[in-house]
Design a protein around this ligand. Structure first.
Ligand code: DX5
Ligand code: ZN
Length: 242
């Protein structure tokens, strides 16, 4: 169990700028050194995109990595592991990822049926010593998150359809971010998909403070510069709101 808390990573109002590069865009054959490099260049968290196919069922049409890779990463680094579960049965993997030592377990609201089942899963995630995040796909209305806001550590608003890196940012999703930021000035709001220097201002001005970026960081000539650009935009927008 890790039991890392958000205050430890810096809770406050406005919440801090956190840059969480998606390792989906890293070279998996060099994962440890790619992570080391990106952390040295200023990344705060590592975003771990988990897509698993079980039998014939799948939540997204892709397959990436699971608990053994998360566990190997945990042994290698004490960086905050921000796991995004794109799986059809998120309850099934709680114990495995907790044992692997990840910090944040963010699951899709669409994958769990019924308000009580969502609450129970949040409680299980926390009982296992992880922080609990809830994520919605582009087609899910933001109001669907409202009943759970008091009980979760982070909200993730998808700005592409989950499944693959390198897709185009959907600016219409910023209305969701604005809705959440207006309701909760201190909430950790993460955005994921198509974020980079060209799109960060829209996300930052809407109120996002945790920025996932895969291809824009790992594909850059100067990843450190990209991380800095993302951070400065979030900090500027946060300062102008408070
Ligand atoms: C998509 C994943 C994202 C993705 C982001 O399903 O959740 O984290 O890897 O990649 P970019 O930043 O390239 O859109
Ligand atoms: Zn993701």
């Amino acid at each position: 169990m890790v039991g890392r808390s958000l205050p430890e990573v810096g809770k406050g109002c406005p919440p801090p700028a956190i840059i969480s590069p998606s390792i989906l865009s890293a070279d998996f054959a060099q994962l440890a050194s790619e992570c080391d490099t990106i952390l040295k260049l200023g990344a705060d968290w590592l975003h771990v995109d988990v897509m698993v196919r079980v039998g014939d069922g799948h939540f997204v049409p892709n397959l990436t990595l699971g608990p053994p890779v998360a566990k190997a990463l945990r042994k290698h680094t004490d960086a905050f592991l921000d796991c995004h579960l794109m799986v059809s049965d998120p309850g099934r993997w709680v114990d495995d990822f907790a044992d692997a030592g990840v910090d944040m377990y963010t699951f899709h609201l669409e994958a769990v049926e019924g308000e009580q089942a969502v609450r129970d899963l949040i409680a299980r995630v926390r009982a296992k010593g992880m922080l609990a995040g809830l994520v919605i796909k582009p087609g899910t209305p933001v109001e669907a998150l409202d009943p759970f806001l008091p009980d979760i550590d982070m909200v993730l608003i998808m700005t592409v359809e989950p499944g693959f890196g390198g897709q185009k940012f959907m600016p219409a999703m910023m209305d969701k971010v604005r809705h959440l930021r207006a309701a909760r000035p201190d909430l950790f709001i993460e955005v994921d998909g198509g974020l980079g220097p060209a799109t960060i201002d829209a996300a930052a001005e809407a109120g996002a403070n945790v920025i996932v970026a895969g291809s824009a960081v790992f594909g850059a000539q100067d990843p450190g510069q990209v991380i800095q650009t993302l951070r400065e935009s979030v900090e500027r927008a946060g300062a102008s709101r408070s």
